[in-house]
Design a protein around this ligand. Structure first.
Ligand code: DC
Length: 228
């Protein structure tokens, strides 16, 4: 378990964050929310007056934001230039601009480096859009979570407040950009297990993923004993 990487990808509202945190907490692993890192870069660009519709302007300043991600699943934190950014990164302004900012290759290269540094020797559940395909393609456990758009919008609106129809429209607009971009699009990685979370409670999904992780780690320890 100590070197394990669990990669969990999927669109917004598919249950990724709550599932990833729950799985990490149950298994005593660290947790990394890569979406929060893209949100932090987006907030930094907005806060520094960078034109977020101009990929060249974003790329020119992509190296500047200093991002520190805490990896405790019970208290995940995000610091931007040393200040707590956990509220600002969930604002409507960030929701509206995070997908185009995330599509800029210089932003992805910068964050990929940081993400790999944090993943380090493993022992971590990492959630995002390209974790199984790009960030940690060798992860022994890869999940791709989805849910019906309506269920996703209901969940997100319940978490963040707001109107379900408007939330659904914003989710679908982000999905389209996240899936259609050229660099590291949202995709189901080779070898990923797909779970449609629509009919399940959070606890049920966490249990399914924990069971899968335990099966994979048990099989690999049997395999390594057999090779000894
Ligand atoms: O998971 P989230 O909704 O907080 O992610 C916000 C945005 O960040 C999402 O719309 C696309 C981007 N993102 C990404 O491009 N790659 C990742 N690994 C994680 C998030």
């Amino acid at each position: 378990m100590r070197s394990l990487v669990v990669a969990i990808d999927g669109p917004s509202g598919s249950g990724k964050s709550s599932t990833s945190r729950g799985v990490a907490a149950r298994l005593g692993l660290r947790y990394l929310d890569t979406g929060a890192m893209f949100r932090a870069v987006t907030w930094w660009m907005l806060d520094h007056g960078v034109d977020v519709t101009d990929p060249a302007a974003i790329a020119a300043r992509a190296a500047e934001p200093v991002i520190e991600s805490g990896t405790d699943p019970l208290d995940p934190t995000i610091l931007l230039d040393g200040e707590d950014a956990s509220v600002a990164i969930r604002s409507d302004a960030v929701n509206a601009s995070v997908s185009p900012v995330s599509a800029v290759p210089a932003v992805r290269t910068r964050l990929l480096e940081l993400q790999r540094e944090i993943i380090g020797e493993g022992g971590i559940v990492v959630e995002g859009r390209d974790i199984g395909s790009v960030v940690a393609p060798d992860a022994p456990v890869k999940l791709f979570l989805t849910a019906d758009p309506e269920a996703r919008a209901v969940r997100r609106a319940a978490e963040a407040g707001g109107d379900v129809a408007a939330t659904q429209e914003s989710l679908l607009a982000r999905d389209e950009i996240d899936s259609g971009r050229t660099t590291a699009p949202l995709t189901m990685a080779d070898g990923a297990v797909h779970i449609d979370t629509t009919p399940y409670t959070l606890d049920e999904v966490i249990s399914q993923v924990v069971a899968l992780v335990e099966a994979v780690t048990a099989a690999s320890s049997v395999g390594s004993q057999a090779r000894e």
